[in-house]
Design a protein around this ligand. Structure first.
Ligand code: NAD
Ligand code: LMR
Length: 350
């Protein structure tokens, strides 16, 4: 059975010619020896983020610390030991210029995770400054088509810092990850409605990746029908569902003693895949992007919206109806992002 396909003309020559003829792209990943890195690198190298026909060269960036670099060396050994067909090179480094040299994508994961009892914005004082130097090094070294996804928390405001410290790089190349929240919300709704998770579409997370994020269930669909038509338990939707999604990160930390890692890596792959492939007709997905003022949100904030991609460029979906409940939730998460921005004023060049 296993060899059946090799009896057809589709032998390894043709597989190589048609599926692997693209030139490799360069991907920088910071925090490469950390928890998320340990899942993320292997998923990217196996094609889960950029597609099964896209070869990659991974630039793995860590802090200049003996223990971190030794761990990174071990990760590189394991990547070698996977013999991934798509993996065309590794550049392990603690030098930002080398790390971001010629890269087409930068996944900024390296940052301190929060501990139980903290909010993500409590990390701004420790993590915020990481993104000034990285933004600068990206502007100086990256390829002209660079796109940057920030995962390290608080990811919206860290992305804002990176974007504002990367002169010459268009602001719409900077993203903050809210796909994990979207995935969490989809699963909660699917379980409540006893449907497969693939039945849930059009789920937008609005605003900040924080306890104020708003998972908009009004415009989400289950098998093409609005969620409130399928799940009639309105109190559950308005209270339990939203709170569960908002607090899921804290619940994982409580359960594991460590913040989410494999699911975060999965969400990073989902985000990159969705930004680099056309969005299915009628659907949308969530990612924090540079606000252009859509829906009255302050311009320049990194705000999670419903997004569509044509595989190259993205757009903020316009005309999504928002009732008073949704407007109030969106106003609260915008207010928090404005507050975070004011806390990092010294990291944002005038
Ligand atoms: P971790 O502590 O296991 O790993 C972080 C790694 O980053 C470490 O290896 C550390 O040496 C490295 N690092 C720290 N500063 C760096 C720098 N300036 N340059 C390069 N590397 C650096 O943490 P983790 O569990 O992998 O989480 C990483 C970050 O991702 C945390 O801030 C966490 O809160 C965040 N996170 C975000 C989401 C999201 O949905 N946006 C989900 C999960 C985790
Ligand atoms: C998450 O949502 O799991 C991450 O942002 C980690 C955290 O601090 O909650």
């Amino acid at each position: 059975m296993r060899n059946t396909c090799f009896k057809t003309p589709i032998n390894s020559y043709w597989v190589t010619k048609y599926f692997m003829s693209k030139p490799p792209i360069r991907i920088a990943i910071t925090g490469a020896a950390g928890q998320i890195g340990y899942s993320l690198l292997f998923r990217i190298a196996s094609g889960a983020a950029f597609g099964p026909d896209q070869p990659v060269i991974l630039h793995l960036i860590e802090i200049p610390d003996e223990k971190a670099m030794a761990a990174l060396n071990g990760v590189c050994m394991e990547l070698d030991d996977c013999a991934f067909p798509l993996l065309k090179g590794l550049v392990p480094t603690s030098n930002l210029d080398e790390g971001f040299k010629g890269v087409n994508w930068a996944l900024l994961v390296g940052a301190v995770p929060r501990k139980a009892g903290m909010e993500r914005k409590d990390l701004l004082g420790i993590n915020g400054k990481i993104f000034t130097g990285q933004g600068n090094a990206i502007a100086k070294n990256a390829a002209s088509d660079i796109r940057v996804l920030v995962v390290g928390n608080p990811c919206n405001t860290n992305s804002l810092i990176a974007a504002n410290n990367a002169p010459g790089v268009p602001k719409n190349r900077f993203f903050a990850m809210t796909a994990l929240d979207e995935n969490r919300a989809k699963t909660q709704l699917a379980q409540k409605a006893s449907v497969d998770v693939t039945a849930v579409t059009n789920l937008a997370i609005w605003g900040n990746h924080s306890a104020t994020m708003y998972p908009d269930f009004f415009n989400t669909k289950i098998n093409g029908r609005p969620v409130p038509e399928v799940i009639s338990h309105r109190e559950w939707l308005e209270k339990d569902f939203i709170a569960t999604v908002q607090q899921r990160g804290a619940a994982i930390i409580k359960a594991r003693g460590l913040s989410s890692a494999a699911s975060a890596a999965n969400a990073a792959c989902n985000t990159v895949y969705k930004l680099t492939h056309p969005t299915p007709a009628g659907d949308w997905f969530s990612v924090g992007v540079h606000s252009d003022g859509s829906y009255g949100i302050e311009k320049g904030l990194i705000f999670s919206y419903p997004i569509r991609s044509n595989g190259k460029d993205f757009e903020i979906v316009q005309g999504v109806p928002l009732n008073d409940f949704s407007k109030a939730k969106i106003a609260a998460t915008e207010a928090e992002l404005k507050e975070e921005k004011s806390l990092v004023g010294d990291l944002l060049p005038k």
